[in-house]
Write a protein that binds this ligand. Structure first.
Ligand code: PEP
Ligand code: MG
Length: 589
């Protein structure tokens, strides 16, 4: 046992302080925790198990065919036996009954169940049964892997102030967390621009990564731990005095933050009178009171794929319509930009072959390209959006566009959706269509794209990832994820210029817009729409209100003359410090 206070260092992805009970979700070895499942969730849990079994069987069958084609008939025979086992009633009806009977999570039930199964085989007197133990082990591992990937966090059952400690956290898990119960995330792996980090910041949940917690998981005496999401450390077995100190610090920061947040004016202008629209990025639409408390002037980016990620399957057209309508009714007089499903890389749906990371990575069939292949899905989403457009000024946004033909193809499908609604006698409006520019190739043809759409939105997160060849979800590469790279600055300038030359609005909806340092630069490029994570609206508003457009232009000019990322960083920090006190900046940077 590790007694006495000690700390582990990590890297901060979302700022803040949390004091709470450690809730270990899994360890490096994927330990499976026992979780009680509520009555209403049991059939969904069984469905999750069925999917895992189905996927595993599918994988084995494919592997078998591959071996057959390669002439490895012995291996194919072994896999034939594995396929056979997956049809065993034990793994089907019996296992499903066991989930119902125990009301526990599928992986926990399955692991115990298979353990007993292989024990029985081992104890059997017949040697041929002993040989099957390895097969059972193999299948168990396969199914558990699928279950583990699709594992839903039992957030409903979490105690208040749970600090979630796990190997890595997917965006869908983070999306489920509520700040009431989950007061911090601590992981081994995570990148600053990952969707998980974006969500943690949006929810105000402190998040520290690159913490090597696997060594101490089981050896810690006290469950209460402290997450210092300013200095990047986790304090285990904290002394009473340390807890008191952190309690005081937490109160002080909250006071500073609340005082700062209290200015929520809309109709924001620069000091010399230029109107700037400050919109919100939205992922989850459970609770609008929090979003509204920051007074956005509309939604500049609704990441609809979270409807899929949270459900674990594709919502029907009606389900989507109700979700979009809810958002529209809450944003009534303001614009609502609905981005069509942007799936791929870390935003994948486990248990669905076409939406798995393998397929999306290998075939490049992700985000808009995926939708253009899955026309029915795209058309039904557009139908749902068009129907909801009666309730607000709705616009459609196409993610990760790479060619003009994709834009034209998307338009054709949108037209099919429109016509089908008119044929159904449903009233709809003409709505605006925008392109997300988040690939360097799209930046270079942004003038051509701009001529055939109504607005442009710059997705700096992916733009940087693809321009610098750095995985945004990776911790180890995060020091190379240089937002201030001169090449990135120039790409943003090119897109803004080309969009404005054609006469259409240009918005920035990537994290660059939520970072106060970049506001002078972006305004200096003539950008007048920023869509930001809602908790960052007050600080961005403050910068806009305190700056003049001529100062902003001066900053942009200087930035574009520099050739080193560090120098650009320096200029940006220096210029924003004129408008925001350092103590407040500490909350955000
Ligand atoms: C972006 O890439 O900048 C963006 C806003 O989209 P997402 O973060 O959802 O990929
Ligand atoms: Mg993107």
């Amino acid at each position: 046992m590790l007694e006495g206070e000690f700390e582990l260092a990590g890297t901060v992805l979302s700022r803040g302080i949390a004091i709470g009970s450690m809730f270990v979700l899994d360890s490096e070895e994927n330990l499976i925790s026992e979780v009680a499942i509520s009555e209403g969730q049991i059939e969904l849990e069984i469905e999750r198990y069925r999917n895992a079994l189905l996927q595993s069987r599918h994988d084995i069958e494919q592997l078998k065919v591959k071996l057959e084609n390669e002439g490895i008939s012995e291996g194919a025979l072994v896999l034939e036996a594995h396929v056979h086992i997956t049809f065993d009633p034990l793994l089907n009806a019996k296992m499903e009954d066991e989930i119902r009977k125990t009301s526990k999570n599928a992986e926990f039930v399955f692991q115990n169940f298979m353990q007993k199964y292989s024990n029985r085989l081992k104890e059997s007197l017949h040697p041929s049964f002993h040989e099957r133990v390895e097969d059972v082990y193999d299948i168990t591992k396969r199914v558990l892997e699928y279950l583990h990937k699709s594992c839903k966090l039992p957030f409903d059952n979490l105690p208040e102030n749970a600090i979630i400690v796990c190997h890595s956290m997917t965006p869908s898990k983070a999306a489920e967390a509520s700040c009431r119960t989950s007061c911090a995330f601590v992981t081994n792996h995570g990148g600053r621009m990952s969707h998980t980090a974006i969500i943690a910041r949006a929810k105000g949940i402190p998040y520290v990564t690159h913490v090597d917690v696997s060594q101490v998981f089981s050896k810690i005496v006290e469950k209460v731990i402290i997450v210092d999401g300013f200095q990047g450390k986790i304090i285990f077995n904290p002394k009473e005095k340390t807890i008191e100190q952190y309690n005081a610090l937490q109160k002080k920061f909250k006071l500073q933050f609340d005082r700062f947040q209290s200015d929520n004016s809309t109709g924001v202008k620069t000091r010399d009178g230029t109107k700037v629209s400050l919109l919100a990025n939205v992922e989850i639409i459970d609770d609008f009171s929090e979003l509204k408390s920051f007074h956005p002037e509309g939604v500049g980016l609704f990441r609809t794929e979270y409807l899929i990620l949270r459900k674990g399957s594709i919502p029907s057209e009606d389900e989507q319509y109700f979700a979009y309508k809810k958002l529209c009714l809450n944003m009534k007089d303001y614009p609502v930009v609905i981005r069509v499903f942007d799936l791929g890389l870390d935003k994948v749906v486990h248990g669905f072959q076409a939406l798995s990371s393998d397929i999306m990575t290998k075939d490049g069939s992700r985000t808009l390209r995926f939708l253009l292949n899955e026309q029915e899905l795209f058309i039904s989403q557009v139908r749902a959006i068009l129907k909801a457009s009666l309730h607000a000024d709705v616009r459609i946004l196409l993610p990760m566009i790479s060619t003009l033909s994709e834009l034209r193809h998307a338009k054709e499908l949108i037209e099919i959706a429109r016509t089908s609604l008119l044929d159904d006698g449903i009233l709809i409006r003409n709505i605006k269509l925008g392109c997300m520019i988040e690939l360097p190739c799209a930046a270079m043809i942004s003038d051509q794209l701009a001529k055939e759409c109504d607005f442009i939105s710059i997705g700096t997160n992916d733009l940087i990832q693809y321009a610098l060849a750095i995985d945004r979800t990776s911790y180890s590469a995060s020091s190379l994820f240089t937002t201030t790279h001169p090449g990135v600055m120039r790409l943003v300038k090119i897109i803004a210029e080309r969009g404005h030359n054609v006469g259409i609005p240009v918005c920035v909806c990537g994290e660059m817009a939520s970072d106060p340092r970049f506001v002078p630069f972006l305004l200096g490029l003539g950008i007048k729409e920023l869509s930001v994570s809602s908790r960052f609206l007050p600080i961005i508003r403050k910068v806009v209100q305190n700056i003049t457009l001529s100062d902003a232009k001066e900053v942009a000019k200087k930035v574009l003359e520099l050739s080193l990322a560090d120098e650009i960083h320096e200029i940006l920090v220096q210029s924003v410090q004129k408008y925001i006190p350092q103590s407040i900046m500490n909350h955000f940077l």
